[in-house]
Design a protein around this ligand. Structure first.
Ligand SMILES: C[S@@+](CC[C@H](N)C(=O)[O-])C[C@H]1O[C@@H](n2cnc3c(N)ncnc32)[C@H](O)[C@@H]1O
Length: 256
């Protein structure tokens, strides 16, 4: 076994994160750059240090998870969500169970709460938000963003739901309180059930086909019969029927 695969095995033993489910070339390059950047000789040395040094460990998780996000990312799809997907869902359901499944630093679940205020009173809105990266979740809970990350957000939401602190924007508690954050590893953990809307955007691109196959099945099983699965703008599913899913709009799927 080469050093990289030995490293992936060790990481799995330590934190149950299966690095071999991520595209190898990309992942290996990223970890390699961390090894050299931190002055280690090879993967072995790096792993020994990771086990002992919490800061180094956090840097590792943070770097390999790629937390880039923004509010209303690819805004056109949020228009479809508002104009078509949600209105259809609320025809048949009193309240909606919504899951943002790789929520990063919170931009996606908070955008969902804001959008849902167009349909429900705040008290009746709840969004489940999960990510593998506890550091990202901590930032999400803090809820402080820069101007760039809210650039695509409708102006009315910017005005209504943020307090400006210096050059930053702090999300109001009214919105924050509607999101329940927790840690969930899409590769290993059980998924929430009976979701009317699942969003999984800009994370599937990092996984191998084998991992994707497993995850799509799990998402399909987590949907209600009329539930909708919303994917990222470069993540259309090639053969959705293989997972008993069918496209209802570009980037939106329901059970086949
Ligand atoms: C680029 S961000 C996407 C954020 C948001 N969904 C968006 O589209 O803007 C990718 C997120 O996937 C998370 N992630 C990576 N591997 C994961 C896994 N195995 N389980 C859960 N989340 C994972 C990362 O921690 C990161 O926060």
């Amino acid at each position: 076994m080469d050093k990289y695969h030995e490293f992936t095995k060790n990481v799995f033993k330590l934190i149950k994160l299966d690095l071999t489910s991520y595209k190898e070339k990309q992942m290996k390059r990223r970890i390699n750059s961390l090894v050299t950047r931190n002055g280690f000789k090879d993967f072995d040395d790096y792993f020994i240090a990771l086990k002992k040094d919490k800061e180094l460990f956090n840097q590792f998780i943070n770097y390999l998870t790629i937390n880039v996000s923004e509010f209303y990312r690819n805004e056109k799809q949020w228009d479809i969500l508002e104009e078509n997907i949600i209105p259809d869902l609320i025809k048949n359901n009193k309240s909606l169970k919504i899951w943002s499944s790789a929520c990063s630093t919170g931009e996606e679940p908070y955008s969902l709460v804001m959008l849902m205020t167009k349909f429900y009173r705040l008290n009746n809105i709840k969004v489940y938000a999960t990510d593998i990266d506890e550091g990202a979740i901590a930032k999400a809970k803090l809820g402080i963003y820069n101007e760039k990350s809210i650039k695509s957000l409708p102006k009315e939401f910017k005005v209504k739901y943020f307090d400006k602190i210096g050059n930053s924007f702090k999300i109001k508690d009214d919105i924050k309180n509607r999101v329940q954050f927790s840690k969930l590893n899409l590769l290993e953990d059980n998924y929430p059930s009976n979701c009317h809307l699942i969003i999984c955007r800009n994370v599937m691109i990092y996984f191998t086909q084998e991992a994707k196959d497993k995850i799509y099945h799990k998402f399909k099983n987590s949907l209600t019969d009329d539930g909708v699965f919303f994917v990222g703008s470069t993540e259309q599913i090639i053969k959705p029927l293989d997972y008993n899913l069918k496209p209802i709009r570009t980037f939106f799927y329901s059970k086949a």
